[in-house]
Design a protein around this ligand. Structure first.
Ligand SMILES: NC(=O)c1ccc[n+]([C@@H]2O[C@H](COP(=O)([O-])OP(=O)(O)OC[C@H]3O[C@@H](n4cnc5c(N)ncnc54)[C@H](O)[C@@H]3O)[C@@H](O)[C@H]2O)c1
Length: 322
């Protein structure tokens, strides 16, 4: 059995979830853990085996991984991806892939030249219910798509800073923007507004409390994606609703509800999306066949550019093309 040598850049919350599934596979060897916080890298190495580093270049040279998981906050992308791509190391990258258009496009060009396998953490795509909804929607004319992410503020320090996270829409509701594209097609134009003022008691908080992004889809459908991060005691409610003349499809946390012909049908998700995502990436690295990967870097770039357009529109007040 071919062993896949895996390294990590960024040893925080996201990494723990990926480790859970990688460590269940006996064809994966965890060889390196890199974090600018040396204690975090050392703790990961203690727990999962492999060596600890504070610099990804040194880790790539010393451990020679065949695949790397880049799980850094939005502001820290580019060096880890470009260093890996230039060495032919396959890449799993957490969303969002960057903070600005130029960086994301440059990384994408480097990856394209390197011809490596890529996967981006748009894990919702791995719900079997999303796949089922996609097949049903494909044959219908979409009239309206409505996406939402209502939740509390994340407690990681960088999340509440616009220059570090890009704000809730770019950092978190990007999952929903990605689902809109995956289910309904590409976005032609975005017009967005944001609100502030409800979280002024929180130190270092300068992202929008809420935002509304209206989307014109290329197929003519209208869309809207709303985000709110002041719902501190209400849990998370996130999903997408797609309205067609024949049926209305609602996907919320993986559960699909279809309303048509006077009846309602509910489908509970059977897939563990993180496990599916892990298996798809590792199998692709082993076989060179990318078919199971549902979000490549090139595709994730399109989602990212929609969120860039939304942020630019919030700043200028004008509609922006992705
Ligand atoms: N797809 C998902 O479901 C999912 C879930 C959780 C997090 N994420 C994404 O993963 C990313 C990380 O989130 P998190 O919750 O793990 O954050 P975190 O703050 O818990 O961890 C990030 C780690 O990266 C380290 N880091 C920062 N800059 C670095 C650099 N240049 N080199 C090496 N390490 C560096 C930090 O020290 C920190 O330990 C975010 O973009 C987040 O959106 C995705």
């Amino acid at each position: 059995m071919t062993q896949v040598r895996v390294a990590f850049v960024g040893c925080g919350g996201a990494q723990r979830e990926h480790y859970r599934h990688l460590s269940e596979r006996d064809d994966v060897e965890l060889v390196g853990h890199c974090d600018v916080d040396g204690d975090r890298a050392a703790a990961a190495a203690d727990r999962y085996g492999g060596e600890a580093f504070t610099d990804h270049e040194t880790m790539y040279e010393q451990t020679r991984p065949s695949a790397v998981y880049v799980c850094v906050p939005p502001f820290a992308h580019s060096g880890p991806e470009e260093g890996a791509a230039m060495r032919g190391i396959h890449l799993f990258v957490e969303k969002p892939i960057a903070l600005d258009r130029r960086t994301a496009k440059r990384i994408s060009a480097t990856i394209r030249k390197a011809k490596i396998i890529t996967s981006v953490g748009y894990c919702w795509r791995y719900f079997d219910t999303v796949e089922h909804a996609r097949k049903l929607i494909k044959t219908k004319a979409v009239c309206l798509v409505r996406g939402y992410w209502d939740g509390p503020m994340s407690d990681v320090w960088w999340w509440r800073r616009q220059d570090k996270s890009g704000g809730q829409l770019m950092e978190q509701t990007t999952h929903i923007v990605d689902l809109v594209r995956h289910l309904c097609g590409e976005v032609a134009e975005v017009h967005a507004i944001g609100s502030t003022g409800c979280m002024s008691q929180v130190p270092d908080f300068d992202i929008h409390d809420s935002s509304v992004a209206t989307l014109q889809l290329k197929n003519g459908a209208a869309g809207v994606v709303t985000s709110v991060c002041v719902a501190n005691n209400a849990g998370v409610k996130a999903g997408v609703e797609v309205v067609t003349p024949e049926a209305v499809f609602t996907l919320e946390h993986g559960k699909l509800t279809v309303r048509e012909d006077g009846k309602t049908t509910e489908y509970e998700p059977r897939a563990d999306v993180y496990a599916e995502q892990t298996d798809a990436f590792i199998e692709s690295v082993k076989t060179g066949r990318k078919k199971r990967i549902r979000s490549t870097y090139a595709d994730a770039l399109k989602t990212f550019l929609v969120t860039c357009a939304a942020n630019e529109s919030m700043a200028s007040g004008l509609p922006v093309k992705p």
